[in-house]
Ligand binder design. Structure first.
Ligand SMILES: *Cc1c(COP(=O)(O)O)cnc(C)c1O
Length: 418
């Protein structure tokens, strides 16, 4: 479909308004929409939000300044947005069975920053999964505030199995007596043993922070174990499997509620983004439905199927499979490293990330099934995806032909009604 055709069709929408006023920018939005619906989205951290979430994001709530919390704002005129935030908080608490929820964090990283601010002082020791094994930037990267302000000690995964080295977690905790232990990862395909982390934290007198940015959407759908009963603070994003707007949130018990709230505002953030908070409320509402629970389970079924087909095609799947939406795999047996593989796949319209692998220096591939499952793909399509991907990696398919095959597959599953 041509840009012009899209432009005409967008005429009565908000995009149509943008188009008339600023065609240069409107064309960029349309081109990105087309990219998203004509290529295969396998980035594990991405999803397609619902039109209802997009509507809240594009609403006049974006105009409202609302520093503070409902009932205690620094600005006038907050009586209506207060209702929106209370609703978001109530839905988050209900969805996750948490005593307290803060829905103001602008991103997952901001949520982690606030969690540390609530519990730690600069110079404190923190035990977290090391970055080479899938720790997030906020888990001690020297390029991030976390690595500069805290003394991070990293645990790892077993080089053979790819599973968290729980013995090492306990040993390092006993040796370093951290003030907090962080569990959570950007690339771990298995459930974490939250009860184990709680036990170690209690043994050494540490706080337990679960950074559940990835699995929280599976938790919402009852498809993965919840960290909420175990962690002092749970940090999360709202835009990954959870399928809400780009943003963060924090869950905790009542005794930390005030510290967490103050750590978000005024300590690390200013005014709340009320349009995003409203969109979070919409997403929490959607996530509480049976349809979403079915979605969350299908995400995992698809990931398991995709992992099995990728293994059958010769890739080495870390931990031998997955419990979640996320897969990491080494394409080396097909004759390519992760970085080359990502480039070749991108040329064919298959969009995914590179990631570190447990066993060494070579980089692998990280894929997720949250977005394709939202599109309506099932296990049958996962086989087709694995076949296409392996063909491209083996160099058997030329990029243009592969791109056509990818386009044929994805256009059967439009992410949004056209
Ligand atoms: C995605 C992610 C984050 C950060 O989220 P942003 O919204 O990009 O800041 C933090 N921690 C983990 C484990 C993540 O996967």
């Amino acid at each position: 479909m041509s840009v012009t055709r899209d432009l005409i069709e967008a005429d009565d929408s908000m995009l149509g308004v943008l188009l008339r006023q600023d065609p240069e920018l409107a064309e960029i939005l349309l081109a990105e929409r087309r990219r998203q619906s004509t290529t295969l989205q396998l980035i594990a951290a991405e999803n397609f939000t619902s039109p209802a979430v997009l509507a809240a994001l594009g609403s006049p709530l974006a105009n409202k300044y609302a520093e503070g919390y409902p009932g205690a704002r620094h600005h006038g005129g907050c009586e209506i947005v207060d209702v929106a935030e209370r609703l978001a908080v109530e839905r988050a608490r209900d969805l996750f069975g948490a005593e307290h929820a803060n829905v103001q964090s602008h991103s997952g990283s901001s949520a982690v920053l606030a969690a540390y601010a609530a519990l730690l002082r600069p110079g404190d020791t923190v035990l977290a999964l090391g970055l080479p094994y899938g720790g997030h930037l906020t888990h001690g990267s020297p390029a991030n505030f976390s690595g500069r302000w805290f003394d991070f000690v990293g645990y790892g995964v077993d080089a053979e199995t790819g599973l968290v080295d729980y013995d090492q977690v306990r040993t390092l905790a006993r040796t370093h007596r951290p003030k907090a232990i962080v569990c959570g990862s950007i690339a771990y395909p298995r459930h974490l043993d939250y009860a184990f982390f709680r036990d170690v934290a209690d043994e050494v007198g540490a706080y337990l922070v679960a950074d559940a940015a990835h699995p929280i959407g599976l938790v919402a759908g009852g498809a993965a174990p919840s960290p909420v009963p175990y962690a002092d603070i749970v940090c999360a994003t709202t835009h990954k499997v959870l399928r809400g707007p780009r943003g963060g949130m924090i869950l905790c018990g009542g005794e930390l509620a005030e510290r967490v709230d103050r750590a978000v505002f005024p300590f690390t953030q200013g005014g709340a983004q009320m349009h995003t908070i409203a969109a979070k409320a919409v997403a929490f509402g959607e996530a509480a439905t049976p349809a979403y629970a079915a979605y969350a389970h299908q995400v995992i079924a698809n990931a398991r199927a995709l992992a099995a087909h990728l293994a059958a095609e010769g890739l080495v799947v870390t931990t031998g499979g997955t419990d979640t939406h996320l897969i990491t795999a080494d394409p080396a047996p097909l004759g390519v490293d992760g970085k080359t593989a990502r480039g070749r796949l991108a040329a064919a319209g298959i969009v995914l990330d590179c990631c570190a692998l447990p066993h060494g220096d070579a980089r692998g591939l990280r894929l997720g099934t949250a977005a394709v499952t939202t599109q309506g793909m099932g296990e049958r399509e996962m086989r087709a995806v694995a076949t296409l991907l392996a063909e491209v990696l083996r160099g058997g398919a030329d990029a243009a032909a592969a791109r056509n095959d990818v386009r044929d597959l994805v256009t059967e599953f439009p992410p949004y009604p056209e």
